[in-house]
Design a protein around this ligand. Structure first.
Ligand SMILES: [Zn+2]
Length: 428
C-alpha cells in the first residue's frame, strides 16, 4: 500500500478473534485493510498484542438527570427517586442539563464508549428543555460518539395531560425514537398501545422502561410482545429493567424467553440501578432484582447491559464504564465460565449494537474506524481485570487517551518480570 493511508495499528488482537495478530489500516476515517502484516510507510501505532474493539455501546442511559445528588434529598425507593427528580426538574434549564449531561458524556467517551442511546424525559414540568439540551450535546460531541435520543414520559402519559403533545413535538423536532414507562401510568396497557401507535406513525424504534418490580403476577411484558407482533416491529423494540424476571425460576422463564425471541423484543438489564432500588422491603438476604440477561442471550434473546443512571437518586454511583458494568453483572450473576464471560463482553458491545440497529459497527473493512484499545490480550481477561481503555478513535481520529499506569522502581530494585510488552503503546 502507498502513503495515502492515515494510520496503521500494528499487532492488534480483534476482540472475538483473539488468537491472531493483525495490522489494521485506516484511510479517510474508515477501516481500509486488515491482515497479518501491512506494508506501508504510513504513521503507525504499535499495540503489542492488545485487544481492539469498536468501542462500548451504551444502550440505556439518562444524560438529562445525571449528576443530581447534591440537589436531591436522601431517598430509598423507586417511587421516592422518581419524586425527588420530578421536584428537581422543574428548575432545570437548558444550560443546566447541558452542563451535567456534558460531564457524564465526557466520562463515557473516556471509558471507551463510541455509540449511545440516551433517554430524555418529556412532560409539562420539564417541557422540551431537557430534549433541547441533549440535542445540543449530541451535536457538540458528534466528533467522539454517536447518540440516539429516546424521548419518554417518566411520570406517565395518559394520566399527565400535555405530555402526548410534547412527545409528538420532540419527535417532529428530531428525536430518534420513543420510549415508555407503563409502570408509572394510570393505564399501563393504554400507554403501551399509544406508544406503538406513535412509533408506527413516525416509523420509530421503541424502548420501554418495564416491570421494574419483583412481582411476576403483574407484568406488562406480555402486552409489549403482543403489540410488537401485532405491529410487526420485531427487532425494533427493547425493554429495560424487567427486574420481575429475577423473581422467576427457570421453568417459568423458558416460555418468556421463547416469547421474547419470537416477538423480536430485546432485553436491557441495568445492574447498578436494579441492585440499588430493588428489594428495599428486605432487611437481610436482599433479593438482587437483576434479570438473568446471559441466560436469555443463550436462548436467542437480544440482550444488553447498560449504565442507566449516574450520580442521582436512582443510582448514586457511576464512572460510566460499561466494562465495569459487565464485570458487576458477571459477579452478581455468579458467572465464571469463559463462554459466559465472553457473553457479558458481547452484552456491552455487539449485543447493544444490534439492539440499536447499528449496521456499521465492527472491526471490518469498510466500516468507520471506531476503534478502542484495551490494556489486555483477551477480552475475557479485560472484563475480569477491568482493563483500562488506552486510547480510542472515532472515524479514524483520536478522541481520548489514558496512558497505562507505570511503576516507578528505585534504580537499585531488580525487575522480577515485566508484565507489559517491551514497547508500550505510544500515547500522543
Ligand atoms: Zn432508565
Amino acid at each position: 500500500m502507498s502513503g495515502k493511508l492515515d494510520l496503521v495499528l500494528r499487532q492488534a488482537r480483534i476482540a472475538g478473534a483473539e488468537d491472531t495478530l493483525v495490522d489494521i489500516a485506516i484511510d479517510r476515517g474508515r477501516i481500509a485493510d486488515i491482515r497479518p502484516s501491512i506494508d506501508t510507510d504510513a504513521r503507525e501505532e504499535q499495540l503489542g498484542g492488545r485487544i481492539v474493539f469498536p468501542g462500548f455501546v451504551e444502550s440505556h442511559i439518562h444524560l438529562d438527570k445525571s449528576c443530581l445528588l447534591e440537589r436531591c434529598a436522601d431517598t430509598r425507593t423507586l417511587e421516592e427517586a422518581i419524586g425527588a427528580v420530578a421536584a428537581a426538574k422543574r428548575d432545570f434549564t437548558v444550560e443546566d442539563v447541558h452542563a451535567r449531561g456534558r460531564r457524564t458524556l465526557e466520562k463515557c467517551i473516556l471509558q471507551g464508549t463510541t455509540r449511545m442511546r440516551t433517554h430524555v424525559e418529556v412532560d409539562p414540568r420539564i417541557g422540551l428543555r431537557g430534549f433541547e439540551a441533549v440535542r445540543r450535546l449530541k451535536r457538540d460531541f458528534a466528533w467522539a460518539i454517536d447518540v440516539q435520543i429516546c424521548v419518554f414520559p417518566q411520570e406517565g402519559l395518559l394520566n399527565d395531560p400535555g405530555t402526548d403533545e410534547l412527545l409528538v413535538q420532540a419527535i417532529e423536532d428530531g428525536a430518534d425514537l420513543i420510549g415508555g414507562c407503563p409502570y408509572t401510568d394510570s393505564d399501563p396497557k393504554g400507554q403501551i398501545a399509544r406508544i406503538f401507535e406513535l412509533a408506527a406513525r413516525y416509523d420509530l424504534d421503541i424502548d420501554f422502561h418495564l416491570d421494574f418490580h419483583l412481582d411476576p403476577a403483574r407484568m406488562d411484558l406480555h402486552e409489549v410482545c403482543r403489540q410488537a407482533k401485532l405491529h410487526r416491529r420485531g427487532g425494533r423494540v427493547a425493554v429495560g429493567h424487567v427486574s420481575s424476571l429475577s423473581a422467576m425460576d427457570h421453568a417459568r422463564l423458558e416460555p418468556v424467553a421463547a416469547m421474547l425471541a419470537d416477538s423480536g423484543v430485546a432485553l436491557t438489564v441495568l445492574p447498578s440501578t436494579d441492585l440499588f432500588l430493588m428489594g428495599r422491603e428486605s432487611a437481610h438476604s436482599v433479593p438482587r432484582g437483576v434479570a438473568p440477561a446471559h441466560w436469555f442471550a443463550e436462548r436467542g434473546v437480544e440482550c444488553s447491559l447498560a449504565t442507566n443512571n449516574v450520580l442521582n437518586p436512582f443510582t448514586p454511583f457511576g464512572d460510566c464504564s460499561l466494562l465495569r458494568m459487565a464485570n458487576l453483572y458477571a459477579n452478581i450473576a455468579q458467572i465464571g465460565s469463559p463462554d459466559d464471560i465472553a457473553r457479558c463482553f458481547d452484552m456491552v458491545t455487539a449485543g447493544p449494537a444490534r439492539l440499536l440497529n447499528l449496521d456499521d459497527y465492527g472491526i471490518a473493512v469498510g466500516n468507520p474506524a471506531d476503534i478502542v484499545v484495551l490494556d489486555a490480550e483477551r477480552s475475557g481477561l479485560a472484563l475480569a481485570e477491568l482493563a483500562q481503555p488506552l486510547f480510542g478513535l472515532k472515524r479514524g481520529k483520536r478522541t481520548f487517551s489514558r496512558p497505562a499506569p507505570a511503576l516507578h522502581r528505585p534504580d537499585h530494585a531488580s525487575d522480577p518480570g515485566e508484565r507489559r510488552p517491551a514497547s508500550p503503546v505510544e500515547v500522543r
